[in-house]
Structure formats: C-alpha cells, structure tokens
Design a protein around this ligand. Sequence first.
Ligand SMILES: NC(=O)c1ccc[n+]([C@@H]2O[C@H](COP(=O)([O-])OP(=O)(O)OC[C@H]3O[C@@H](n4cnc5c(N)ncnc54)[C@H](OP(=O)(O)O)[C@@H]3O)[C@@H](O)[C@H]2O)c1
Length: 273
Amino acid sequence: MAKTSLAEAGVDSLVLLGCGKMGGAMLEGWLKGGLSPAVVQVIDPYPSGWLKAQAARGVTLNPAELAPAAVAVIAVKPQMMTQAAPRLAVLAGQGTVLLSIAAGTPIAAFEAMFGAGTPIIRAMPNTPAAVGRGISALIGNAAATEAQMAMAEALLAAVGQTVRLDSEEQMHAVTGLSGSGPAYVFHMIEAMAAAGTAAGLPPDLAMRLARATVAGAGALADASPEPAEQLRVNVTSPGGTTAAGLGVLMPELSDLMTRTVAAAAGRSRELAE
Ligand SMILES: NC(=O)c1ccc[n+]([C@@H]2O[C@H](COP(=O)([O-])OP(=O)(O)OC[C@H]3O[C@@H](n4cnc5c(N)ncnc54)[C@H](OP(=O)(O)O)[C@@H]3O)[C@@H](O)[C@H]2O)c1
C-alpha cells in the first residue's frame, strides 16, 4: 500500500516544539517527503547547525508569534515540558492537533494544559527512527478524530512504521519493549562479541561478526514473510551447531526477556506517577 503523503493527510502547516535527535530526525523525514519548508515553524532555543540551514531554506525558526497550524509536534524532553509546552497555548482551541512523542508524559497532562476538547495524540517512537527504521505506537484522546490519527500516522511514517494502541496503559509495555528494546539489542551485540572473544577470536573481529550478524538477522527477519520462529527453525539442523547453542540460550532467554521488559515497563509506570 502506498504511503499517504503529508499533504493528503492534511499536514498543510506544522509546528515542531523541540528539534533535537528525535525532532530533527522527523523534520528531516518530512522535508525529504516533500513537506514545504515554508509551512514549518520550529521552536528550539539552541538550534543546531542543521536546523539553521533548514531556516535558510525557508523553515521559520523561533517566531515571536506562532501562526495557526494543523498540527504541533511536541519533541522536548519530559523535564522541559512545563517550560516548553505553554508556547503552544496560543494554538489550543483552534483545531490544532497536538502530537507528543515525549516519553512518560500522559495525555491527561496535556489535557490539563490545553483542555480536554483539544485533539491530543501520544506516540512512542524508538531510536532506529534516526535511520528511518523506527516503530511508533500511537494512542489518541477522545477528541482526536480518525482523520487526525491518520495525520499523526503519516507524520510518524517519515521515520518508520506505526502501530495503534487500544489504551494508554499499553504505552508502558511499549516503552519496555520497543522503546527500550534497541538498547537490549545493542547489549546483545556486546555480549555476543565478548562470547566470540572468549571462544578464541580477536576482539575486533568478534565485534564485527556480532554486529553484522545482529544487523543482518534483523534485516532478514524484516524482509522475510516467515515468522521469527520459522526463520530460527530453518537454520537449526537437528544435532548441529546451532541446536547446541540454542540448547543453552533458549531455556534462559524467555524468562530473562520477560523480566527485562517487565522491569522497564514497571519503571515507566513509576516515572508516570
Ligand atoms: N531519543 C529516543 O530514542 C526517544 C524515543 C522515544 C521518545 N523520545 C522522546 O522524544 C523527546 C525528545 O527526545 P530527544 O532524544 O530528541 O531529546 P533531545 O535531543 O534532547 O531533543 C530535545 C530538544 O528540545 C529542545 N528544547 C529544550 N528546551 C526547549 C524549550 N523550552 N522549547 C523548545 N525546545 C526546547 C532541546 O534543546 P537543547 O538541546 O538546546 O536543550 C533539544 O533540541 C523526549 O520527550 C523523549 O522522551 C525519544
């Protein structure tokens, strides 16, 4: 299915609050996807060199007064929220959709700031967004319409895949799985490289093999129509080397991963309180 263009999704004007790693990756994706710099306003107190270059191409940077916008994307750190979000108050009540990617700031906090009648959509992306390979989970408040959810999906599609949630409570589990998940995989690379070194390889070579194996297996899992379980079975000959390795790994990993994701989800719940 062809991706909905930002224009088709109704993004004819946009405010970006916070243009750091995540905001910058999204803005880059939107501009590459054909969004006109002229319809973008960015608020960021310390603009990067890249952002200043976008301003030279027509993006409005730190306007004294915000012009009306179809959507405002909130990409500041949660601890900056109370300081940064009031800049958007001028847009509330004008039909502007607020799309927040801030981890841990619940929809209710935005409703308290802007009113429950404001369409508010919360999303949790992850760091592979930096290379256009993220996955973002979304949930909207009661005021967010289907067309506005589709608009948020089109915006997040600029940095990867999107999925919708049934309830905001699921955001904790999403945080524990896909939000924190890239770090688990990076650690897996470290652990595999250390294991390769212990098995007799020079550290540089072990790291190169581990990194390419995780990246390649990820790409294969992504490209293949077969489920991960079948891909595993396909490379596991009975009595072979992979079977010997999995015989050690599999009895431990499910329980370890269950506890890992539960710990991260639990911390997400604590931080939200
Ligand atoms: N990175 C991730 O993997 C990830 C994943 C999921 C969700 N998120 C969420 O995405 C949000 C942004 O994360 P990030 O990694 O992109 O952080 P970041 O790189 O620190 O970006 C935040 C940006 O907001 C700017 N800022 C600070 N105060 C501001 C203000 N008052 N008004 C406007 N802009 C202000 C910062 O400027 P200065 O740097 O000059 O302070 C920075 O450019 C966070 O809420 C995070 O929870 C991130």
